[in-house]
Design a protein around this ligand. Structure first.
Ligand code: MD5
Ligand code: FE
Length: 204
């Protein structure tokens, strides 16, 4: 792997095409039960350009009431589908954390979707890493430091890449500037899935 900042580990092409296709099939099965929804910004209610779903005991949602983790889909109200074993295995291998992941956030980016610079701080335990897996079109990912306005660097995340945010990078500002359409043939519909595996509650 490449350590792009202290604790920010980039495993390029960690998964081969077969492994990517298998995980994609798992994600499609999750989405059959828990369809992508359009999150909205707290207070303003402005819709995100990224659509989302989740699997595992908890899922991240956002609406006019705020950002939070909850155990059910915001529209169907059904419990999130179980975490596919292949995803749990990635957590074991790459995060090597003492407690299992509780949430897998599924982000879908169409050709015009983006995600502005932010920190992930809705989890109660920042000692656990966040594991990110990219599937489909390449994304221009930007990562900075723990304060807004500092230096940032830009990284091209491609299909099969795993990115692990741990230690000093766990609270790094980051975002997706844009998707590069047509850079992968994995998704027939185009675009990009990003899966983030997270620990939400303190590991006892
Ligand atoms: C994505 N997702 O590609 C991006 C980047 C999100 C999110 O940012 O919150 O869903 S995944 C890489 C990532 C995740 C968590 C923390 C950090 C990077 N980080 O501290 O740099 O859909
Ligand atoms: Fe994030």
């Amino acid at each position: 792997h490449l350590e792009v900042a202290p604790g920010a580990l980039w495993f390029r092409e960690a998964l081969d095409r077969d492994a990517q296709a298998a995980l994609l099939a798992d994600i499609r099965a999750v989405l059959d039960k828990a369809p992508l929804f359009t999150p909205a910004m707290p207070r303003t209610g402005k819709p995100f350009s990224v659509r989302m779903s989740n699997c595992g005991p908890l899922g991240w949602v956002s609406d006019a009431a705020g950002y939070r983790y909850q155990p059910f889909h915001p529209e169907t109200r059904a419990p999130w589908p179980a975490m596919p074993p292949a995803l749990a295995a990635l957590w074991t291998t790459y995060a090597a954390f003492k407690a299992p992941a509780e949430a897998c956030l599924i982000n879908y980016y169409g050709p015009d979707a983006r995600m502005s610079l932010h920190q992930d701080r809705d989890e109660a335990d920042f000692t656990a890493p966040v594991l990110s897996l990219s599937l489909g079109d390449t994304a221009l990912f930007r990562i900075g430091g723990e304060t807004r306005g500092g230096a940032t660097r830009s990284i091209r995340l491609s299909s099969g890449d795993i990115f692990l945010l741990s230690g000093p990078s766990r609270l790094a500002f980051h975002g997706i500037d844009r998707i590069l359409p047509g850079t992968s043939t994995l998704l027939p519909e185009g675009g990009r899935f990003n899966l983030t595996l997270r620990r939400v509650n303190p590991a006892t």
